[in-house]
Ligand binder design. Structure first.
Ligand code: ADP
Length: 496
């Protein structure tokens, strides 16, 4: 019984290669693939966004105008499916007025005003699609607030539905800072009864609706993307108000580190790099650095100097304010700094403001630029990740593989993946600082620069990092073990 394959309905609002705004999209694409490779029957459902539609995918129309509940009515949607044969099936919910917009969640003014409607519709539609295609899942795995309604629906309106009668629910928090908060007057949109669901033990959060809380409260297991973040979010410092309900369920809260897609992130075959390299032959890394210095218009002499890189969303979470505070003292030492970021215009303006004082030593590109992200992670000597909090973080894991030494705030997944270098044992793969303060950050950078001047030691740190293996296969196996334990915990819901 135990090792029968599981049927997994995978609900995530973004997934590479179809749509991505951050790490969530990486997980949404990679985890289903690796679960499928472990022999599981996985179905992924996504909204058909404009960016996805523009990819010109070959899609089959499975159903036209099926009724999907939204508030007091049912609205029609189309169901499409990827035509090509792949490891797992991908379905799309098509409704032009809800999903075919310039972005996934927000425009320049802020979040779309109807995000509750958009993701309620997606949640109901996903459950309708499972019924429509005759897929009776053992597990529904939901991700972040966009899918947080699903567990409440499955335990509510769909509880007696034969497709979902035996299903177990797993909910993953990728970032507790995004809680899906909406006014209580909009509860009718979800179709949930106020009496049954709108109370402090349910999805009420300070007299508002929280879809993230719904996911936490109505699921059988809650996971997050690193062991340390799983502990942190149970504390007031990091829990952002959700620590109480998480602590109450602490036996069912798990931390599973994200994996890295080594098909895309491997310096020995990275198609975006001017030269490839590996631990046995690092010559290509030097060429990547030289090309990056030229590409970004830094002084040629910077090729010989330590080059610090940053690839990040520009958001308060990411600690760019600390970087701004250390720019003067660091660049004074004739060190190079390259920043690639997109997001907050306010942060962009602050970075742009300091640029003229550091001409030739500092470059900043305000864009979401995947190829340049690869070239920076390969060409820099160090990657700075001073996030205030970081559930998992991917860039430091890429950096390790690329022999680019990470320097991180000791928090969440950064603390779990970076091991402080110990010169006495020549062990460790990077540098960490704590507390979150520019003094501690500056000290760590100075310490790292000190080791950089010792070529042999530096090479040892690089090589320690390049051995890292954060493959998805490992993470997928941990998720699978968790799914099995959840299914076993509820014998009434045993696999048929
Ligand atoms: P988050 O999901 O909070 O943004 P992660 O470190 O988990 O942080 O994932 C960020 C992902 O987005 C990585 O794949 C990173 O390379 C990519 N990324 C972030 N900013 C940019 C950018 N400006 N251009 C290209 N890729 C970026």
């Amino acid at each position: 019984m135990k090792h029968v394959h599981l049927k997994i309905l995978f609900l995530c609002s973004e997934a590479v290669p179809f749509a991505k705004t951050g790490g969530l999209g990486d997980v949404g694409g990679s985890l289903p693939l690796h679960l499928a490779k472990l022999g599981q029957d996985v179905r992924l459902i996504l909204p058909l966004y404009r960016v996805t539609k523009e990819q010109g995918l070959s899609l089959v129309l499975l159903a036209e105008n099926i009724g999907v509940p939204l508030g007091y009515e049912e609205l029609p949607a189309n169901i499409l499916k990827i035509k090509s044969k792949s490891d797992f099936a991908v379905y799309f919910v098509q409704r032009e007025d809800l999903y075919e917009r310039p972005n996934l969640y927000a425009n320049e003014q802020g979040d779309y005003y109807d995000n509750l409607e958009r993701f309620t519709f997606y949640s109901h539609a996903a459950l309708r699609i499972a019924q429509f295609v005759g897929f009776k899942p053992d597990i529904i795995h939901c991700h972040d607030w966009q899918t947080g309604l699903v567990p409440a629906l499955v335990r509510g309106a769909y509880a007696k539905n034969p497709t979902f009668g035996t299903v177990s629910l797993v909910f993953t928090i990728h970032n507790i800072g995004y809680q899906g908060i909406f006014p209580k007057e909009k509860l009718y949109i979800t179709g949930l009864s106020e009496k049954e669901f709108f109370h402090p033990e349910g999805l009420e959060y300070w007299d508002k609706i929280s879809l993230l809380k719904s996911g936490i409260v109505y699921s059988d297991a809650v996971t997050t993307v690193s062991p340390r973040y799983a502990r942190e979010i149970q504390s007031p410092e990091y829990g952002m108000g959700m620590e109480g309900i998480l602590r109450k369920r602490k036996e069912r809260v798990y931390g599973i580190l994200n994996g890295v897609d080594y098909d895309s992130w491997d310096p020995s075959k990275d198609r975006y790099l001017p030269a490839t390299y590996c631990a046995e032959d690092l010559a290509g890394k030097g060429r990547c650095k030289e090309a990056l210095v030229l590409e970004l218009g830094l002084l040629r002499s910077m090729v010989e100097r330590p080059l610090l890189g940053v690839v990040s969303r520009l958001d308060a979470q990411k600690g760019l304010d600390l970087i701004l505070k250390v720019i003067e003292p660091i660049l004074e030492q004739n060190v190079g700094l390259v920043i690639l970021g997109s997001g907050s215009k306010q942060i962009k303006d602050k970075i742009t403001e300091v640029m003229p004082r550091h001409a030739g030593r500092m470059a900043f590109k305000y864009a979401f630029d995947e190829p340049l992200a690869h070239r920076i992670i390969a060409g820099a000597d160090m990657l700075l990740v001073p996030s205030r909090y970081e559930p998992c973080g991917l860039t430091q894991m890429y950096a390790l593989k690329y022999g680019t030494v990470p320097l991180v705030h000791a928090t969440g997944g950064l603390d779990d993946t970076v091991v402080e270098f110990d010169p006495s044992k020549v062990e460790g793969n990077g540098f960490k600082f704590s507390p979150f303060a520019h003094g501690a950050f500056l000290d760590a950078i100075r310490k790292a620069l000190h080791f950089f001047s010792n070529r042999e030691l530096w090479r040892a740190i690089m090589l320690n990092g390049m051995q890292a293996d954060f493959s998805w296969a490992r993470s997928a196996k941990q998720y699978l073990d968790l799914y099995r334990s959840v299914v076993d915990r509820f014998p009434g819901r045993k696999i048929q």
